[in-house]
Design a protein. Structure first.
Length: 525
């Protein structure tokens, strides 16, 4: 039974889902990093919010951990590169609090437009300063959207409903998608020059850090109002304060800060500045939604291999997983085979699919091939860290999908380029979806890839099989299966033998010494 730790406070719905699906769950919150390190080794899954910091040190102590699930969008508190290197899947729940966060941005926009917080304080203090709080309408104004993903597109729809014009800057926004959500795609400088209001909806990355820098804030329209419900660090807070004090910026509302919890900040007390304590996702509905989603996603992964909203591996739905499982088994064996047989440094790899395999999600197949291939470098490789290891080694990975008629109902081919030239293997699924090798280095050969095996290239001449059998018999090695392929009679032949005992290096050397043998290697699957 898989075991999951919920280390941050979240809706009890999460624990209910884990238990209903047969997963053991412990709810232990408020632990220090050292306390978490002491217990994390017992768990297969970890469900967190923003409080738990999943550092490299925590991951090193997590000897059984397979997946981390963040109930929410931001994963600044997870060391994703370290998790990837360790082979741990990292998931978030990007849709559970999207509406809530978008609504909070709209609420702050109205609060800025009508100076609601200041007017409330003044009125409750017994003043009646009706002429002091002269607001602006949002109708007809231009909203500049920095980030037009899930949350940004919701904000756009709400703003369009308010009869605003929406200009969006997002490098990943296609012209077609811009038309679909009703926004005008623009570069950042154009947005800064035209926007009456600016809202930010982008993750914090090296590319987005201080995207509203002092230089960019100076390019904004005089009287602009700025709202950030995304991530602290997107705005240069000192420059924002200077812009508010000079009057160039008419108002700013931040739900997030560079340092949180923001119990003190230079912006506090600045005129026309509104702040909230990271409330973007703080509604009853959102808290329940993200808890349900993270529990369902972790359960799917631990029970069936389904991967949803993963940040460091391809997604694979719980419905897809059973259908793809035999293909992934085949792909991993092919990757392992070519990894064991290909000599020299690998420079590139191509994964080709045709027939039934071409109709499936190819990303998990590619991941499985890389997992098998990278085992030549590490014993702890899996589908999560294999792409990371491949990239680290400079391996160029190419995916090819063929719609042509195939000799087999389904086929996966793996081709690598090495210092010694190109090497290719291909396999299919036989009978009850059992993986089967059907081609090895251009030679037709059918073989199961399992357990201990011998790979031999020899001259196709009478008497060789007898000499090989004698050599194996004298070494006490029993042959399980025997697979032979050749290009032509009397030419080069390939033998793949499954054996019941591990083949030692000394025995391999003896086989290499037999007349006609060109290559001999022990394989293991």
């Amino acid at each position: 039974m898989p075991k999951v730790l919920i280390s941050d406070k979240m809706s009890p719905k999460a624990a209910e889902i884990f238990r209903a699906r047969g997963i053991e769950v412990d709810e232990i919150t408020g632990k220090t990093p050292d306390e978490l390190k002491a217990i994390i080794g017992d768990y297969d899954g970890l469900a967190i919010r923003s409080s738990t910091k999943v550092t490299k040190e925590i991951l090193e102590a997590a000897t059984n951990l397979k997946v981390v699930g963040r109930a929410g969008i931001g994963v600044d508190n997870v060391d994703i590169p370290a998790a990837s290197a360790k082979g741990v899947v990292v998931m978030n729940t990007p849709f559970g609090n999207s509406i809530t966060t978008a609504e909070h941005a709209i609420a702050l926009m109205f609060a800025l437009a009508r100076q609601i917080p200041e007017a409330d304080v003044s009125t409750q203090a017994g003043k009646w300063e009706k002429n002091r709080f002269m607001g602006v309408e949002v109708t007809g104004k231009t909203l500049g959207l920095i980030g037009a993903g899930n949350i940004g597109s919701i904000v756009a729809s709400r703003a369009l409903g308010l009869r605003m014009k929406v200009v969006a800057y997002d490098p990943f926004l296609t012209p077609e998608r811009a038309i679909e959500i009703g926004v005008e795609k623009a570069d950042l400088e154009t947005l800064l020059a035209r926007a009456d209001f600016i809202t930010l909806h982008t993750p914090l990355t090296d590319q987005t850090r201080n995207i509203l820098s002092a230089e960019n804030l100076a390019k904004t329209k005089k009287g602009v109002r700025i709202i950030n419900c995304a991530r602290g660090g997107l705005i240069d807070e000192a420059a924002l304060k200077a812009g508010l004090e000079s009057g160039h910026i008419a108002g700013a509302a931040l739900d997030v800060f560079a340092t949180e919890p923001a119990k003190e900040n230079a912006l506090f007390g600045t005129p026309n500045f509104i702040s909230t304590p990271h409330l973007g996702a703080s509604t009853d509905e959102a808290q329940v939604n993200v808890a349900i989603q993270v529990a369902e996603q972790l359960s799917d992964y631990l029970l069936s291999g389904g991967v949803t909203n993963a940040l460091n591996m391809p997604s694979l739905s719980a419905e897809e997983a059973p259908r793809l499982k035999p293909y992934m088994a085949l792909a991993e064996k092919l990757g392992s085979l070519v990894g064991q047989l290909a000599h020299g440094a690998l420079t590139s790899i191509a994964i080709e699919v045709e027939g039934a395999a071409a109709e499936l999600n190819q990303k998990p197949i590619t991941g499985a091939v890389l997992a098998g291939l990278m085992k030549r470098y590490s014993d702890t490789v899996n589908m999560v860290n294999a792409p990371f290891l491949a990239k680290e080694r400079g391996l160029d990975v190419r995916e090819v999908r063929h719609e042509r008629e195939a000799d087999y109902h389904t086929l996966v081919r793996v081709t690598v380029n090495t210092d010694a030239g190109e090497r290719s293997v291909a396999g299919t699924l036989f009978g009850d979806a059992k993986p089967r090798l059907v081609e090895l280095f251009g030679i037709k050969v059918e073989a199961d890839l399992a357990g201990d095996m011998l790979y031999i290239v020899n001259e196709d001449a009478p008497g060789f099989i007898g000499r090989l059998g004698t050599t194996l018999g004298e070494a006490g090695i029993n042959i399980g299966t025997f697979h032979l392929g050749r290009r032509e009679s009397g030419g080069e032949a390939i033998l793949l033998l499954s054996v019941d005992q591990e083949v030692t290096g000394d025995l391999v050397e003896k086989i290499r010494g037999l007349p006609g043998v060109k290559t001999a290697m022990a394989l293991a699957f």
